[in-house]
Design a protein around this ligand. Structure first.
Ligand SMILES: [Zn+2]
Length: 139
C-alpha cells in the first residue's frame, strides 16, 4: 500500500497535542475546565461555559453509549475502499451528559445498533504511529 492510500491522520496542534499524546499511551483524556470543572470536546483554549482559560487533561473511563451513527458505504478516500462499509458513530462519554465525540464503531453490525448501546474505547495504530481512539460495543 502506498502512502497516498493511507487514511489521513491527525496533526496535533497546541490545543490537541496532549489529547493525541494520551492516545499513544492508550488513555482517553478529555480537557476539563479548572473554573467550572466541565469537560469539553473538542479541545480549545477557553471554556465556552465560564470563559476560563485554565484547564487540565482528565483521564476518562473509556466507557460511553452510542447516541447516533451512520453506515458509510461509499469510499470517499482511496484508503476506505477496503474498509467499506464502516460505521461512523457519535458516542456520549459516561463522565458527563452531552460530552460526545465522533469516532468509528468497530466489531459491530449495523442491525445490532441502537441508541444507548454501551460502548468502550479501543486504540488503533495508524501507519504514521499515532494511535486513534475508536469504540466497540461492550460485550
Ligand atoms: Zn469552565
Amino acid at each position: 500500500m502506498t502512502e497516498k492510500h493511507n487514511f489521513p491522520f491527525p496533526i496535533a496542534d497546541l490545543d490537541t497535542e496532549q489529547y493525541w499524546a494520551a492516545c499513544n499511551r492508550d488513555e482517553l483524556r478529555i480537557q476539563q475546565c479548572n473554573g467550572c470543572f466541565l469537560y469539553r470536546f473538542t479541545p480549545g483554549p477557553v471554556c465556552g461555559e465560564c470563559g476560563s482559560s485554565s484547564s487540565k487533561w482528565s483521564k476518562m473511563s473509556g466507557l460511553g453509549k452510542l447516541t447516533s451513527w451512520t453506515v458509510v458505504t461509499h469510499p470517499i478516500h482511496p484508503a476506505a475502499i477496503a474498509r467499506v462499509p464502516y460505521i461512523v458513530a457519535e458516542v456520549e462519554l459516561q463522565e458527563q451528559a452531552h460530552l460526545r465525540i465522533i469516532t468509528n464503531l468497530l466489531d459491530s453490525q449495523p442491525e445490532e445498533l441502537r441508541v444507548g448501546l454501551p460502548v468502550e474505547v479501543v486504540f488503533q495504530s495508524h501507519p504514521s504511529g499515532q494511535k486513534i481512539p475508536q469504540f466497540r460495543p461492550r460485550r
